[in-house]
Design a protein around this ligand. Structure first.
Ligand code: PHB
Length: 390
């Protein structure tokens, strides 16, 4: 009797474990990917480009990675940090996804990283640059296919100092991405003897720039460094030109300022210099093939977000391949991504010890509705991964 009771209890426990286990570990064949991205708001187009890129790579593999079909569960995170923990918990606890992929906004990504760290769920971040994701929050199960906010900022600090600018004003949204992009910029600009005379900001995702532009005109710095992206970047570039500042005070930025935005910005973006890990005119066979395939599939030109989505899928493929399609073999999965050389359209890269791409940061200039690559601002730049113990 006692033995029977024990056996029943063991069966019940096993059944419960099976229910709690993610789909692929239950052996139903499909890998369940939880896509948490913005599909509304100022970053909506960025979310779509990431998903497009992600799906393109999987389609190129015949719809399967490591022999497993891929199934998607999608959440619109609205770039809203207040809803982020609930949204990610839905994917992890209700939908039992095998892998989380997201997101764009650094504040939302921080909530995703926290849940991923606490639950051990695999997470691939296809944009958000929050330094802590591969810094203080770094974890064996968290990876990034994009950049840290520090990286393009640091590269631009060197560029602006080399151009002879001695003073700068910074302007951005007041949240992790803006603060950290400016932080990277200051690290390099100040090291080279430059002075940041004022740090201006406004709450995310506000676009009432007028008072701040008036302040820039009064401060008369040698140059301006900025981080804006998506819809906000479109408006900022247009407002900067309309205020008459473009002619008098050169504007520079992390490349998001002009990526995926050029059709809407028109001539107001012409000539702008930005730094980023991708550009429109790399001209490599790998990038040419990617651009052609993307344009064919979506009737759209790809941008940096599409590349990051594509590479997130490549990283997933590397992990799954090493784990022979068994996502519950997290050690093999992790090792597979860590050792992978990702054949990215941006140029091949590998991950740092903290799981952030070590990559060239290009200097780009806007012309003919393209971010033309005019040089490498920083070769094989690695994020300092402050606070990462791994
Ligand atoms: C971020 O919040 O980390 C972020 C958002 C949009 C970008 C880049 C970074 O284009």
């Amino acid at each position: 009797m006692k033995i029977r009771t024990l056996a029943l209890a063991a069966c019940a426990a096993a059944a419960m474990t099976a229910i709690a286990l993610p789909a692929a570990a239950q052996g139903n064949g499909k890998i369940k990917v939880g896509l948490m991205l913005p599909y509304t708001g100022t970053f909506a187009a960025l979310g779509t480009a990431i998903e497009n890129g992600f799906r393109l790579y999987i389609a190129e593999q015949g719809g399967k990675l490591a022999g497993r079909e891929i199934e998607f569960v999608k959440v619109d995170d609205e770039s809203n940090p207040a809803k982020a923990t609930d949204n990610v918990n839905k994917l992890v606890k209700r939908d039992n996804v095998d892998v989380l992929v997201g997101t764009v906004h650094s504040g939302v990504a921080m909530a995703m990283a926290k849940v991923a760290k606490d639950t051990g769920t695999l997470l691939i971040v296809p944009n958000a640059g929050a330094d802590a994701v591969t810094g203080a929050m770094c974890s064996p199960n968290i990876f990034r296919s994009s950049f840290s906010n520090w990286q393009p900022g640091y590269a631009m600090g060197e560029v602006m100092a080399k151009k002879g600018h001695k003073t700068a004003v910074t302007i951005t949204w007041k949240y992790a991405a803006g603060d950290e992009s400016v932080g990277g910029f200051k690290d390099a600009f100040q090291k080279a003897g430059g002075k940041v005379v004022k740090e201006l900001s406004l709450p995310f995702p506000n676009v009432e720039f007028q008072a701040l532009l008036t302040e820039i005109a009064a401060l008369k710095p040698d140059a301006v460094y900025t981080f804006f992206a998506g819809g906000g970047a479109v408006k900022f570039v247009k407002d900067y030109a309309a205020a008459g500042l473009k002619k008098s005070i050169p504007l520079y930025g992390a490349g998001f300022l002009t990526d995926g935005t050029l059709n809407a910005q028109g001539a107001d973006a012409d000539g702008l210099l930005t730094t980023l890990h991708y550009g429109d005119s790399l001209g490599t066979p790998r990038d040419n093939a990617f651009r052609l395939a993307y344009a064919k599939a979506y009737k759209l030109q790809p941008d940096v977000y599409a590349v990051q989505g594509y590479d997130a899928a490549q990283m997933l493929a590397a992990g799954l391949g090493a784990a022979k399609g068994n996502v519950s073999n997290k050690a093999a999965f992790t090792e597979g991504i860590r050792k992978a050389r990702i054949d990215s359209p941006r140029g091949a890269f590998m991950l740092s010890k903290s799981h952030n791409p070590v990559q060239d940061i290009y200097l780009r200039q806007v012309g003919d509705k393209e971010n033309k690559v005019i040089g490498v601002a920083s070769k094989a730049l690695a994020d300092p991964a402050r606070g990462c113990r791994m």
